[in-house]
Design a protein around this ligand. Structure first.
Ligand code: PLP
Length: 418
């Protein structure tokens, strides 16, 4: 977002005119499957994109459109497409540019579901080449003529590796490849990746954007600057005449419609309401995470991973790229799986749940859940060990959180600690 006003002011006031109607301050919920017209001629024009309008919710709906425009303004893109989930957004983005025989470069420290997806894509002939850490150097080393995209998480979940967006985009662009980033954990409150050179931003809106833990959703935002070479990116070749708009238009009018992963209008409405408090929530969540991480870090028998901790390998990015914040996720290693379970089970103010970005603090043992399908080597490369606990810090009062976690850590046995 252009910084002509503050983050939250912009969130609340920009794009209101997009809500065509009776002066509503929020989008109406168009919870319908289809839209009717006075004549067949009118519907024909809508189908052939000769007149604006909606025909069928899988291919467009006013509530989805309002939410898409809200996120597009926030990220500074040329257009956004909402999806049924973050995974639908990631898979649609990859399918939009990759065909069988193509390659993607990605870092190893990705969200487990994305790693699983990249395994699944192997069966369709789309191969992922993994870098231990995704950066300019590894992108340059791994890029070849088959590479069609570089994919990275801005702050990887849960390893907390930070992608240097500027450096990665420069290296990708040198090789004629776009940089796709999953910015779910960073959110536009910490960074707007398109402004640093990324080409497409993806969100699981199920997390911090929705913020209330009430709907699954995804979003793809196109920066519209990548100069597609249609002899290289053959998947987009039918859209050559649209130049830099080719990615978005193919996705909107072709692939996304046909894959069928649209967002439900109610979810779009709930996420639209949710995102309006993103700035307030993220500020509180990041402050809480910082305080909790520092309190836990003083405990001798656990090892804490949080970006603002002294000596964290990616600490310099907090001020350089992340608006001064470390995000809402921290992890710690408890010494053994048994102790990790005991700590998690004894927390009063954290819910054991497989999600992040909720108002409530959520905890999980990733190795036995989100990463259960992966090998030990893949898990460890993603920063997930047998004794790792992931904490998605919420907006509770920090004293309650700190006391609760410190009690849980101190009241569990330490005999078996590394
Ligand atoms: N990307 C990241 C970084 C995630 O953490 C998740 C889910 O946890 C996803 C994508 C997938 O999102 P969804 O659950 O909405 O499909």
């Amino acid at each position: 977002m252009k910084q002509d006003c503050g983050f939250t002011t912009g969130l609340l006031h920009k794009g209101l005119k997009n809500l065509k109607g009776q002066g509503e301050i929020l989008p109406a919920i168009s919870q319908v499957s289809a839209f009717s017209y006075e004549s067949m001629e009118e519907l024909e024009k809508v189908f052939s994109h000769k007149s604006m309008g909606f025909a069928y919710t899988r291919i467009g709906n006013p509530t989805l459109s309002a939410f898409e425009q809200k996120i597009n303004i926030l990220e500074g893109g040329i257009g956004a497409i909402s999806c049924s989930s973050g995974m639908a957004a990631i898979s649609s983005t990859i399918f939009n540019v990759c065909e069988s025989g193509d390659e993607i470069i990605a870092g190893k420290g990705l969200y487990g579901g994305t790693l699983d997806l990249f395994h699944d894509l192997e069966k369709l002939g789309i191969h992922t080449v993994f870098a231990d850490v995704l950066n300019g150097k590894t992108i340059r080393e791994l890029a070849n003529e088959r590479t069609k995209a570089v994919f990275g998480e801005v702050i990887s979940n849960p390893s907390l590796n930070v992608l240097d967006i500027k450096e990665a985009s420069e290296a990708a662009h040198e090789a004629g490849i776009p940089l796709f980033v999953d910015a779910t954990t960073a959110t536009p409150f910490l960074v707007t990746p398109l402004s640093l050179g990324a080409d497409v931003v993806i969100h699981s809106t199920s997390k911090y954007i929705n913020g209330g833990g009430n709907s699954i959703g995804g979003m793809i935002v196109d920066g519209g600057k990548f100069p597609w070479d249609f002899t290289k990116h053959k998947a987009l070749s039918e859209y050559k005449k649209y130049g830099k708009m080719a990615f978005l238009l193919r996705l909107r009018t072709d692939l996304w419609e046909n894959l069928g992963g649209c967002m439900s209008p109610v979810n779009a409405y709930l996420s639209y309401i949710g995102v309006e408090t993103l700035g307030l929530r993220m500020e509180r969540i990041c402050k809480n995470a910082d305080a909790l991480a520092h309190a836990l870090d003083k405990e001798k028998d656990i090892t804490v991973n949080y970006l603002t901790l002294k000596d964290h390998p990616f600490r310099e990015y907090v001020n350089r790229q992340l608006n001064g914040y470390g995000g809402g996720i921290l992890t710690f290693r408890a010494g053994s799986k048994e102790r990790a379970f005991k700590i998690v089970n004894s927390l009063k103010y954290s819910l054991i749940a497989s999600n992040i970005g909720d108002l409530r603090t959520l905890v999980i043992h990733p190795s036995s859940t989100l990463y259960a399908r992966l090998s030990e080597e893949e898990r460890e490369a993603a920063g997930v060990y047998e004794d790792t606990v992931r904490v998605s810090v919420g907006i509770e009062d920090i004293n309650d959180l700190t006391e609760d976690f410190l009690n849980a850590v101190r009241n569990t046995e330490t005999d078996d600690v590394r």
